[in-house]
Design a binder for this molecule. Sequence first.
Ligand code: NAD
Ligand code: TDX
Length: 336
Amino acid sequence: MSTLLVTGGAGFIGSNFVRQALERTDHDVLVLDKLTYAGNLASLEDLPSDRFRFERGDIADADLVARLVGGLDPATDAIVHFAAESHNDNSLEGPRPFIDTNVVGTFTLIEAARRRDIRFHHISTDEVYGDLELDDPGRFTELTAYRPSSPYSSTKAASDLLVAAWVRSFGLRATISGCSNNYGPFQHVEKFIPRQITNILRGRRPKLYGTGRNVRDWIHVDDHNSAVLAILERGRIGETYLIGADGERDNLDVVGTILEVMGRDRDAYDLVGDRPGHDLRYAIDASKLRAETGWAPGTTDFREGLARTVEWYRANEAWWAPQKDATEARYAEIGR
Ligand code: NAD
Ligand code: TDX
């Protein structure tokens, strides 16, 4: 039986990936996660204990990583690397953990992977390309030049470049994927969509940065993860694949839709101060992924995917309530 070593498997996308991989494939899963403020073991409850193991630890801990990678079989196993510091606002307040985890942590993993010739998949983001003008007819492709804006996106860009260099210089058997903004269950309440849903559930108003005109290209987390599985199965070594589901919307529209789905007036939100360096627009052209792997998203109706997500947060207050007050206290400190 083959094993996937999933880093960051207690986070939002990683935990959804673990569930999908156990349901849709016959791989065993070993999660390596440090359980930072963003990691939550409650996101990994009720998994089959004969196929799932959890190890708490830091991806930048070379001895631990060497031990875990030492247990993998180069013929059948793979590392799927989700672990990261992932929130732009935090990276503006304190960039150091972003360097340690996103850069040094990725370096530590690819060193271990190349020594044992283990297949490696690196999870990255569309933010490495910077932003687009609102009226730019183009979208990001795998050939777009890197132009990251924030400490977060610059460390993700650095990690992509390390992986690409390890492919070229050391023959690391790696692929990279760059996905757009994810939404769905188990996302930390610091992020845009769950923050607004849980604000409304708590009787507070949603908070939009700046003018609310910034555009993100939304994809359901299960579609991100089905694309990662498709790349693991059918992607070409050394290639980068952008993942997106043609879901461009401005933040005003997203908040209006959340309010409507939750039975409130579309304009019952507050505008707050803007994020420094706030990227204007992201947009993904996923034709390479679709053509080479046959992947297509399952959720194409954003409003329907959002309504399911609202229901999940309504039904799972015990999962998010412990994080909510501390998260809002951090936002209050920075006036957002
Ligand atoms: P998240 O913040 O919800 O989860 C990150 C996980 O990594 C947590 O469980 C945390 O405990 C763990 N972690 C952090 N530092 C670690 C370390 N040093 N060692 C071991 N584990 C550590 O993040 P997410 O939103 O699930 O993002 C997962 C990946 O997907 C990241 O690489 C992110 O850059 C990328 N990504 C996210 C999005 C998005 O919309 N959220 C979009 C594109 C790409
Ligand atoms: O309260 C808010 N109000 C608001 O208007 C928050 C938290 C955000 N925003 C805006 C900022 C962005 O324009 O909403 C948009 C989305 O914000 P985030 O959820 O912080 O995501 P973003 O900065 O776009 O980055 C996300 O997508 C790419 C993930 O957090 C990254 O990990 C991923 O790489």
